[in-house]
Design a binder for this molecule. Structure first.
Ligand code: MF3
Ligand code: CO
Ligand code: CO
Length: 280
């Protein structure tokens, strides 16, 4: 990493020093968050274009790393709680937090690429699941349902409504297509802090009565499974695998609550994203 690119506090000081409460943006901080989110979307697009059979996830990490640096951004995962890579790459039965390695991707695999960019003092977090070459219909259905579930969750946000609206939009929809939703990993508040309040459930949690507020920024990042939504952690202390080895997909956007809904911030300058965008 060039020394001129500012690092998050947990990298320079070894611990999270920024506030971990709900992240509410004003006009100025929202502009900075927008910049970080645009960079994240661009890094995700560029890295996704490099996905093809024979490419290793370590090579994808190198593509992403160069793309962050070109944009003056620091990869938020690099040095975060001991993580040593610039993206997470979660292949097939890996649910999340996969570590880029030397295994070449094979035709028919799926890979989630999770990008977090730190720039202008803000983190922008976004991910998408990519097919490697041609995939079978069941795999394609999981990918497309997960993308739609993510967008439905975002579309359910309204200021003043309870946070549980997101899980209510996601879990029954996934179930109607025969897919499970991981309960234990949720979205998170994000802004000057990488992982902050509130916790965003992707499953139905009736007791989740905290409410959306204008300016609140957080991620929506559901993980759907073809089999049972039950997982275990690998010995590396990061990689979360499905217990039944069946495939899992994930998409993620960083959003901000507006006066009438939520705006997706993790889009390119052209307003696009491999994670999909809301119809307008
Ligand atoms: N980007 C992931 C998220 O969506 C977090 C990755 S943390 C890491 O919250 F340490 F695993 F990289
Ligand atoms: Co996230
Ligand atoms: Co992420």
């Amino acid at each position: 990493m060039p020394e001129t690119i500012p690092r998050p506090d947990y990298v320079s000081r070894g611990r999270v020093g920024t506030p971990t409460g709900r992240q509410i943006q004003d006009q100025q901080s929202l502009e900075r968050l927008r910049t970080a989110c645009t960079v994240a979307a661009e890094v995700l697009s560029v890295t996704g274009e490099a996905v093809e059979p024979g490419v290793t996830t370590a090579e994808l990490d190198a593509v992403a790393h160069a793309a962050y640096v070109e944009r003056g951004a620091y990869p938020s995962t690099l040095g975060y709680k001991g993580f040593t890579k610039s993206i997470c790459t979660s292949v097939n039965g890996v649910i999340c937090h996969g570590i880029p390695d030397s295994r070449p991707l094979e035709e028919g695999d799926i890979v989630n690429i999770d990008v977090t960019a730190f720039v202008e003092g803000m983190h922008g977090d976004t991910s998408a699941t990519f097919a490697v070459g041609r995939v079978n219909d069941a795999t394609r259905a999981l990918i497309e349902t997960t993308r739609e579930a993510t967008l439905r969750g975002i579309a359910a946000v309204r200021p003043g409504e309870p946070l549980r609206r997101i899980g209510e939009a996601i879990e029954p929809f996934a179930a109607s297509r025969g897919f499970g939703v991981i309960r234990e990993y949720g979205g998170h508040g994000i802004g000057a802090t990488f992982h902050a309040d509130p916790h965003i459930n992707h499953t139905v949690v009736p007791s989740d009565t905290a409410r959306f507020e204008v300016g609140m920024s957080f991620t929506v990042e559901p993980m759907l499974t073809a089999g049972r939504p039950v997982y275990h952690q690998a010995d590396d202390g990061w990689t979360e695998h499905t217990d039944d080895s069946m495939i899992s997909a994930q998409f993620e956007h960083t959003v901000v609550v507006t006066s009438d809904g939520a705006e997706i911030l993790t889009v390119t300058r052209e307003g696009l994203s491999p994670a999909g965008i809301l119809p307008r």
